[in-house]
Design a protein around this ligand. Sequence first.
Ligand SMILES: O=C(O)CCC(=O)C(=O)O
Length: 275
Amino acid sequence: MPSPAHDIDSHYPLSADQIARYRDLGFIKLKNVLSPEALAFYGERITALTLDLNPRKGMPMEGRTTYDKAFIQVGNLWLRSHRVREFVMGKRLARIAAELMGTTGVRIWHDQALYKEAGGGFTPWHADQFYWPMATPHSCTAWIPLQATPLEMGPVAFAARSQHYDVGRDLAISDESEKAMTKALAAGGYDVTYEPFDLGEISFHMGWTFHRAQDNTTDQPRKVMTIIYMDEDMRLAKPRNNAQENDRKAWCVDTAIGEVMDSPITPVIWSSRTK
Ligand SMILES: O=C(O)CCC(=O)C(=O)O
């Protein structure tokens, strides 16, 4: 049955100032990007799948590692559900990512639900591109809360301009990255502002922008879907750590180092070349 019409494809116009801010700060928060109805419709399926596939099901919070307390993480939901696929293949967010990065178009790298459970812990400082075997910095994550997200729920927060900071880029998300980057970002004078998200507000951040989140002190889960985009011309870099090698095998096993990361599970979602 076709989904009821929710606008996830039309153009969301960005001002020159918004694009300049993203490129300067390494992230941007945009209001009213998706309607509450669209978030509810697609969010229902995303939540059902996330809870069903929850790798931490039945695991008490006490005794978990910092990482396991931070969120339930389930990836590539778009490959499991027609409805989620429709959402993740939406052109509105993809075009925003391309225009912010200044690329001709974007492919999906993957999606990921990040549900911070009621009482869930903080997300340690980290930069995503540590994990990805990409030849350039042109990746961009859309962080899509499925409810209004007050400070008490632990919305994502960014260290402004840290996309240029080459300290800590070899750190996986961990107690160590939290400790080292808290110190290093303070020493480097990077500003961090914790801000709530309205319903429909979505942030976009660069792959090398350092970010973290406070714990969720409410009795409700912080339900968030993320979509990770990359330049449609992104080339595969030689993996620099085990995580990158695992990602290469999972997503680009038939791609040679130096080739465009064009695989059946990294399709182009939006391109100005094919408009
Ligand atoms: O949702 C969080 O707590 C962290 C988000 C994050 O790490 C990401 O979207 O890359």
